[in-house]
Design a protein around this ligand. Structure first.
Ligand code: ATP
Ligand code: MG
Length: 554
């Protein structure tokens, strides 16, 4: 792919890298990494970080590592790690190395020993609560731990015994010895190791002490030869600690941490903590529920990797957090599918129409275009017969002015087939319409009449005798308000976020629907086969509507 085809806009991080390359920093190398914690499934915010890190590595001829930041044994699972690998690959990226922070546990331990030896770390006997209470505030300095001046020998011995499993959780921690009066709270002797007697999904029971995030990130980056360590803005205040740790130790290189703005989307939640709650409390059907902003949810809904990468390019990378409208994401998939999706006809809320003057037991095939703007995608034949289904919404017994669909006495065009005129409405004893009777004009085959007579409305249809049955799931926003409040967010869930239609009628060609294809159901939106489908059951998800009807509704 050429740069012009990729259309990746520049951003402040790319400009920093250009500058570094101009100065021959890092010997002209560009190495990045994407470092998820395997404690949940990836979401569209992670996609932003993935596109940024992998995209930069690709464009600068460098490499990007996928590194599992697996230092919290209780929360991490192999299922999450597998899903993360799958999502990164699905987005179209290839990591240079697959790495695990847990592979560095021994090295990280030795670095900690080095810190102790040069008087830059000490074992504290205070509890987590005491440490928190003595950390000070934004306006007040913290106070030194009474254990801050333990001898190097004593520290080494205690740290060895921490590792050997001689102490209970929380009895001791290892802290960096920096400055309890630093204006930056992160620099007030942060904890760098804690005791946690818990089995780890990879190292099992090899360790009962685990390194903290800040200590692990910078050293993992240095071990891997990362040149530019990109992370989100909330780590800006951690950068002095990142640099401090690397400055104390004899490390292979000193990567540059650069922060960028997180992606937030309206009408949804993005943090793994809240997504985990939605899944565990069964507000959604699982991590791949098509209403979730997870990569797996978007994939199941019918999003394409292309659309997600396009979205990430559109929102760009800046040094501030912002909230992006869901409509921007939807426009990316809509544009992609408008260009690529096969056109078909389906009726979601059917009502039967009988064409009275059409021969009984007769079927004819009409020709339909697979894509109106791409004739190279060809045509297909659709059966037409005396009895068809149209959308309940496309008929009104007593229509307002300017209603151009079917109503008593009016004529409409059945897409690709004939003009029909409604002659009679059949109702049941409750007054519900059960059937519509029409006549057709045999001289309007294909949708144009031989006398040049015009009709305003065109509606879609399927032949009742040939239609196949399907379930179709329509989705709406998961929350009723743009910015759900984490403390009460379940009350803000949209009770109508999922609408399951059980009695949908599809044109017969959709029997061959498969997950490699995406479909437009004409006039209804873009649809994708759900994994609940089987040989005897078809289930489709609506990926997105044809137009952004939502911004008007709000
Ligand atoms: P969450 O807050 O959702 O739990 P996290 O930051 O804890 O996310 P990690 O697994 O640590 O999740 O994230 C891996 C990488 O993805 C990090 O570098 C992080 O900065 C980035 N990332 C996470 N969420 C977003 C987001 N909303 N926008 C951009 N990047 C993100
Ligand atoms: Mg995290």
């Amino acid at each position: 792919m050429t740069d012009a085809e990729k259309k990746v806009p520049t951003n402040f991080i790319r400009q920093i890298i250009d500058q570094d390359l101009a100065n021959n920093k890092n010997e002209g190398k560009v190495v990045t990494r994407f470092p998820p914690e395997p404690n949940g499934y990836l979401h569209i915010g992670h996609a932003k970080a993935i596109c940024l890190n992998f995209g930069i590595a690709e464009d600068y001829g460098g490499g990007c590592n996928l590194r599992f930041d697996d230092t919290n044994p209780e929360k991490e699972e192999v299922e999450y790690a597998e899903s993360i690998k799958k999502d990164v690959e699905w987005l179209g990226y290839q990591w240079r190395n697959l790495c695990y922070a847990s592979d560095y546990f021994e090295q990280l331990y030795q670095y900690a020993v080095d810190l102790i030896k040069c008087g830059k770390a000490y074992v504290d006997s205070q509890s987590a609560d005491q440490i928190r209470a003595t950390r000070g505030t934004l306006t007040q300095p913290g106070t030194d731990s009474p254990y801050r001046n333990r001898s190097v020998e004593e520290n080494l011995e205690l740290f060895r015994r921490m590792r050997a499993g001689e102490f209970k959780d929380g009895e001791y921690v290892l802290r960096a010895k920096i400055d309890m009066a630093s204006p930056n709270i992160n620099m007030r002797d942060p904890t760098i190791y804690r005791i946690r007697h818990a089995s780890h999904w990879r190292t099992e029971d090899d360790w009962c002490i685990y390194p903290m995030y800040d200590y692990t990130q910078c050293l993992s980056d240095a071990i891997e030869g990362v040149t530019h360590s990109l992370c989100t803005l909330e780590f800006e205040d951690h950068r002095p600690l990142y640099d401090w740790v690397l400055d104390q130790l004899d490390v292979p290189c000193h990567p540059q941490q650069i922060e960028f703005g997180r992606l937030n989307l309206d009408y949804t939640v993005m943090s793994k903590r809240l997504l985990t709650r939605l899944v565990n409390e069964k507000h959604v059907s699982g991590w791949d529920d098509p209403r979730l902003p997870t990569i797996s949810g978007l994939r199941r809904r019918g999003y394409t990797p292309n659309a997600i990468r396009d979205f990430c390019n559109r929102i760009g990378v800046t040094k501030s957090d912002g909230i992006v409208e869901m409509g921007v994401l939807e426009n990316s998939i809509r544009e992609d599918l408008d260009n690529s999706a096969q056109r078909t006809m389906a009726v979601l809320r059917p009502i039967k129409v009988v064409v009275e003057n059409y021969p009984d037991d007769h079927t004819e095939m009409v020709t339909a275009q697979n894509h109106p703007k791409r004739p190279e995608l060809g045509t297909r034949e659709i059966p037409f017969s005396k009895s068809i289904y149209i959308e309940r919404e496309d008929f009104m017994e007593d229509p307002p002015k300017k209603y151009f669909r079917l109503s008593p006495g009016t004529e409409v065009r059945l897409r690709y087939a004939y003009y029909i005129t409604c002659s009679e409405v059949v109702k049941d004893s409750d007054g519900e319409i059960v059937e519509i009777r029409c006549t057709y004009d045999p001289n309007s085959r294909g949708g144009t009449s031989s006398d040049g007579r015009k009709v305003r409305g065109t509606i879609h249809w399927v032949s009742a005798t040939h239609a196949i049955d399907a379930e179709v799931r329509l989705y709406d926003r998961l929350f009723t308000i743009p910015n759900p409040n984490p403390s009460d967010f379940t009350a803000q869930l949209n009770p109508h976020s999922l609408d399951v239609l059980h009695n949908c009628k599809l044109e017969p060609s959709l029997k061959q629907a498969n997950p490699d294809q995406r479909y437009q159901f004409e006039r209804l939106g873009y649809f994708y086969l759900d994994r609940d489908s089987g040989s005897d059951r078809l289930v489709f998800n609506r990926t997105v509507t044809l137009r952004d009807s939502w911004s008007k509704k709000a």
